[in-house]
Design a protein around this ligand. Sequence first.
Ligand SMILES: Cc1cc2nc3c(=O)[nH]c(=O)nc-3n(C[C@H](O)[C@H](O)[C@H](O)COP(=O)(O)OP(=O)(O)OC[C@H]3O[C@@H](n4cnc5c(N)ncnc54)[C@H](O)[C@@H]3O)c2cc1C
Length: 401
Amino acid sequence: MKYDIIIAGGGMIGSSLALALAPLALRVAVVEAVPRAAALQPSFDDRSTALSRSSQRLYEALDLWGEVAAAATPVRRIHVSDQGRFGFAHIDAAEQGVEALGYVVINRVLGATLQRALDRISGLEIICPAHISSVHTGPQQASVTVQQADGAQRELAARLLVAADGAQSSLRSMAGIGARETRYQQQAIVGNLLPEKSLENCAYERFTSQGPLALLPLADGRAGFVWNVAERDAGRILALDDQAFLAELQAAFGNRLGMFSRVGARTGYALVLSKATRLTATRTVLVGNAAHGLHPVAAQGFNLGLRDVAALCDCIADFGLDHPELLRHYAAWRKSDQSKLVGLTDGLVRLFASSSGPVRAARGLGMLGFDLVPGVRSLFARHTMGLAGRLPRLSRGVPLP
Ligand SMILES: Cc1cc2nc3c(=O)[nH]c(=O)nc-3n(C[C@H](O)[C@H](O)[C@H](O)COP(=O)(O)OP(=O)(O)OC[C@H]3O[C@@H](n4cnc5c(N)ncnc54)[C@H](O)[C@@H]3O)c2cc1C
């Protein structure tokens, strides 16, 4: 079978890419390892994701935003504090001249919206559950062997292979691209709870002695939390009963939102910074976590991946799939955004992990400067909203031609 594009991985990024490519009327196949039943899909789990403005615009351009927004909670303020220190920093949507800084959506809910939309695309083939077991690339096309879960094997070919199969991308390795990994020795413990006081559309980020703790506003007055704790403590914290868990989380966050109660199930994610050594190989390109896996401290990994999707679609629309400049142009365009966000997230984790007196004093001053100087706030807000640098069409809300 011959396709224009084969996408390995039908998670958050692979599905979004298949949807974004639809107007280009290409023959596309998605090869996804995990059965489509939502309960099993690791990309569409119970995490809450903060979508940036550029992600909102991409879904607007795909005519999906109405469905996503119906299940999303707007973030109008971000409040940043450092445990054990006075003072805080904040970013305000009104000050930035926008209706919301971002929107929080549960991955499972976003996943269901994306899956429904995929079913509406005629001509898209989803091969699932299946994985690519071998790759052979040449100047004209890439040939792959697809191993289906029922034991059947298929030989497919495409003009472009896209690795959207996550941080441990096997397509990346098969294409001969390495990845540099740094383990943070931290786990993110994720779940939701009911605070006594409403978050009132504010997202909280608190830097604690264990690691950063984020509380995100959800529907029904609930809050999603992402609590980054030291790897050595994660097993013990995950094993705590509801009462004991809430007591530890409350001690880390403080009483700004009153007492916490009704905590849901908790899941732990080991945190690793991964960065592919290259973004392209012959007839192959990397997007999303296959290209870069970030610490969730600034809630940027998925948003960055959607800008990969938007840039790749722009390059395909402008150059076509056989142009020698396609891959070089994509890689050059994505380099700066990816490096900046790797630097930003990694820098924040390291800065706030330090317990040295001078570093703590400097970051206190930094937060003060951040809060007092609106220009600094605006610059940071533009980056976290995904609006910095040269943006591809879809990230500006402009549909593909
Ligand atoms: C705790 C936590 C909180 C986060 N919060 C945010 C946030 O608020 N905002 C934000 O922007 N980002 C956030 N992120 C990052 C975000 O979740 C990821 O960037 C995003 O899931 C990446 O999507 P992906 O599709 O590239 O990879 P994945 O989600 O890993 O999906 C990969 C897909 O490929 C499939 N697959 C794997 N191997 C194969 C194979 N061999 N063949 C075929 N298919 C395969 C998998 O089944 C899966 O469907 C968070 C991450 C964590 C851990």
